[in-house]
Ligand binder design. Structure first.
Ligand code: NA7
Length: 544
């Protein structure tokens, strides 16, 4: 035992108290299992606790981006806007935590630093940065798919004397931009949201864009009362459709068949309608946008035309126009006045592809062409997606093998929930699951329910050890790869394929078969007595 401290024994250890960890704790209590939850933040919320930057907001409509497991919650919580702000989602999660008395089960301000599997006792020993040691039969990582923030390794990055923030680690105290020269580095989803907000009050904003991203207007606004009434009247059925009959875990405006079967005029009208309606439904206008390059081009060209129309300075517009990769292959960004912001006199776009950032100095940002003095740098540079939060913890499975080493060539997994060599170990929104290609709350509930059923089954049947077989893992990975190869998703340098992290193996990190098919596959595995898993019962293990 590390730190010389006697371990506490519980049935289940959970890491993280965001959407995943909260629901998981609730389910474990329902099974009557003793549980510890560790959370690095000072309160609940996960992603919505950390990403407090101005403009932070969900890209999935509020009515759908919410738990469905508690019917009362559906109607007692009233979302004020079509796309909820970070603050409102955080308030919602606090409400859920209070309502279900979850806070009492969570240890805050505590990071799990290591987890070791012990074969003799069939338990995990989890150690925290506060010196706590907990031993448990099950370890569930509810650490989130986009929760390990990254900053580029610019020379001199630590020498900057002004204020600097990462969007994913935004301070809890308010940050003022008034009268300041601000640099934003990055124009992904976070950059697209924060840039228009900073531009409103900063003396001058310099946006450093490496790759132009495609952005769709959100058209956010107060919740439509008719839509709310429709959802409130039909929650169980609409939720069931999102879970069981949708590829995305939310209900998009249905696609109109193949883009190539439509005439140019029909396409223009359909894209225009969706552009006006706002939100991610644009990308689902036709069923082959994600799989056929020619179909994809029609959607991409429509967005390019809108950028030329909105942005007054043609040179700036040209830099903002995405080229060389399919729309959707980098996650589509949803913004409010994003392109319009570049018409403001206090905003300058810096082409960090043509003239890359070479250094950060005491006073600002240096590119290959110029130096820009600023008072503040905002890093909207993203996350070590899907694997980062897991590999930043020293997790050692059977035989002392570390998860980081096992995943050196890519995150081998079975069903995106488990991984061979790591017994009694589950990941919510893990690599290989559809989480980041879906309404993540739908995926989280499915993962948590599946893991809960697995743990309940183990406890009931005296199963002391379970892990996927290498064969099952291999077959699953081949299946996942074949599906991925049939899409355009790997045709851009995106976090979907790990391209944003130097040295990270290039592997599509999400399951593209759809939330609906994935769910059926997971259910079939469970119904077949956990097919593909090596199972050890108490009598055979000799620990009973
Ligand atoms: P993203 O989508 O990974 O965006 C990060 C941005 O930062 C992107 O524009 C990057 O350019 C840019 N970046 C990263 N490194 C550099 C360097 N070295 N120089 C210049 N620019 C750089 O992160 P977000 O936080 O916006 O969104 C992550 C997800 O969270 C989002 O997709 C939603 O699912 C929620 P690049 O495109 O790599 O050229």
């Amino acid at each position: 035992v590390e730190h010389g401290q006697a371990p506490t024994d519980v049935a289940v250890t959970i890491v993280g108290a965001g959407f995943s960890g909260l629901y998981l704790l609730h389910r474990m209590r329902g099974l009557g299992l003793s549980t510890r939850v560790f959370e690095a933040g000072s309160d609940v919320g996960g992603t919505w606790y950390w990403n407090r930057y101005p403009g932070a907001r969900c890209d999935v409509e509020s009515l759908e981006y919410a738990y469905s497991f508690l019917p009362e919650l559906e109607t007692e919580w009233r979302w004020s806007e079509r796309f909820a702000s970070q603050g409102e989602i955080l308030a919602y999660l606090n409400h859920v935590a209070d309502r279900l008395d979850l806070r009492s089960g969570i240890t805050f301000d505590t990071k799990v630093t290591s987890a070791r599997w012990d074969e003799d006792s069939k338990t995990w020993t989890v150690t925290t940065n506060t010196g706590e040691v907990v031993r448990s039969r099950h370890l569930v990582m509810a650490t989130g798919p986009l929760s390990a923030p990254t900053r580029p390794r610019f020379p001199g990055i630590d020498s900057f004397k002004g204020e600097s923030y990462h969007t994913g680690q935004w301070p809890t105290e308010p940050v003022s931009f008034a009268g300041k020269r601000v640099a934003v580095i990055g124009t992904g989803s976070s950059g697209v949201q924060v840039i228009p907000e900073i531009a409103k009050t900063a003396e001058h904003l310099y946006v450093f864009q490496r790759t132009a991203h495609f952005s769709i207007p959100a058209r956010n606004g107060p919740t439509d009362e008719d839509r709310r009434a429709h959802w409130h009247a039909n929650f169980p059925e609409l939720r069931r459709i999102a879970r069981e009959q949708s590829r995305t875990g939310w209900i998009p405006d249905p696609p109109k068949g193949s883009a190539l079967a439509a005439t140019p005029e029909e396409r223009e009208a359909e894209y225009r309608r969706r552009w006006r309606a706002g939100g991610p439904s644009f990308l689902y206008a036709y069923s082959d946008i994600g799989t056929n390059q020619e179909a994809n081009d029609t959607a991409a060209d429509f967005i390019r035309a809108r950028i030329r129309e909105i942005v007054k300075d043609p040179k700036t517009a040209e830099i903002l126009i995405p080229r060389g990769y399919p729309v959707g292959a980098k996650r589509i960004t949803i913004g409010t006045d994003f392109y319009e912001t570049f018409n403001r006199p206090n905003v300058t776009l810096v082409d960090a592809k043509a003239t890359p950032i070479t250094a950060i100095t005491e006073t600002g940002v240096t590119t290959s062409a110029q130096h820009v003095d600023v008072d503040m740098i905002v890093y909207a540079t993203g996350f070590d997606a899907l694997t980062g939060a897991l590999t930043r913890i020293d997790i050692r499975g059977a035989g002392g093998v570390s998860l980081k080493d096992k995943w050196a060539e890519g995150p081998a997994n079975y069903l995106g929930v488990t991984t061979a060599g790591f017994p009694n170990f589950a990941m919510i929104t893990g690599p290989g699951s559809p989480s980041v290609l879906s309404n993540v709350v739908t995926s989280i509930e499915q993962h948590v329910d599946w893991v809960t059923d697995l743990i309940a089954w183990m406890e009931r049947n005296g199963v002391v050890r379970i892990e996927p077989t290498e064969t099952a893992e291999h077959v699953w990975l081949e299946h996942s790869r074949a599906l991925a190869d049939a899409t355009l998703l790997q045709k851009a340098d995106s976090w979907y394929v790990g391209a944003n992290i130097p040295g990270k193996p290039r592997v599509l990190l999400a399951y593209v078969g759809g939330v609906d098919a994935y769910r059926r596959k997971c259910q079939a595995v469970a119904a077949a007595g956990y097919e593909g898993f090596a199972i050890e019962r108490r009598d055979l293990a000799g620990t009973g």
